[in-house]
Design a protein around this ligand. Structure first.
Ligand code: ITT
Length: 197
């Protein structure tokens, strides 16, 4: 089964590959298409932004499955920011570490005590026939006091999932793939696909 993933985020790609291991999927990436560039993600929900990405690739690839996801971190003490702005919280083209530093700084200023947070993932898939499917996943946790850990990407070095004392970046990819927002959405997508394999 041919699937085209509308993402340029290597962290998302690695996690999808891990989660879909062993399945007869022929995974292709948007980066293989020289003429494709990321669309403007100007919607105010994860799902709507994921749909924008899926549809932009579907416009070029209409004979295969197309997949896109939008995800991010909501921090309660920051009025649910960075939310849909997670990739560019510290500015357009900001690095992961710059975004992490901004969350730590804003929490220190605004809400050092309330560190409750969650990751959210909304995945939109479009079948070769043009049917659209939406799968959502989230994981609750809190923002750590310190940046810690070497694995993963994005805000993983400051996100401690509920019931744990270490960050996702410290806990490692096997743990993250068991409980993460993305793993929940991707697993639901895979379950739906299995019926069609
Ligand atoms: P594409 O649009 O090309 O898929 P992107 O990185 O721009 O890649 P998003 O617009 O969905 O993706 O932004 C998601 C951001 O949220 C991402 O860059 C991270 O900063 C953060 N994020 C999402 N999932 C995460 C995870 O599992 N761990 C850590 N940070 C995550």
């Amino acid at each position: 089964m041919e699937i085209w993933f509308a993402t340029f985020n290597k962290g998302k790609i690695n996690e999808f590959r891990n989660l879909s291991q062993g399945l007869p999927l022929d995974l292709h990436l948007a980066s293989e298409i020289a003429t494709y560039s990321s669309p403007v993600e100007d919607a105010d929900t994860f799902e709507a932004n994921a749909r924008i990405k899926a549809k932009s690739l579907r416009a070029i690839k209409d004979e295969a499955w197309v997949l896109a996801e939008d995800s991010g971190l909501e921090v309660d003490g920051l009025d649910k920011k960075p939310g849909v702005y997670s990739a560019r919280y510290a500015g357009d083209n900001a690095s992961d570490m710059e975004n992490v530093a901004k969350v730590m700084k804003m929490l220190r200023i605004r809400s050092p005590k309330n560190r409750k947070a969650r990751f959210i993932c909304s995945l939109v898939a479009i079948s070769p026939e043009g049917e659209e499917f939406v799968f959502n996943g989230s994981v609750e946790g809190e923002i750590s006091q310190k940046v810690a850990g070497q694995t993963g990407f994005g805000y993983d070095p400051i996100f401690v999932p509920e019931g744990e004392s270490k960050t996702f970046a410290d806990l490692g990819p096997a743990f993250k793939n068991k409980v993460s927002h993305r793993s929940k959405a991707v697993r639901a997508f895979i379950e739906m696909l299995k019926d069609r394999l």
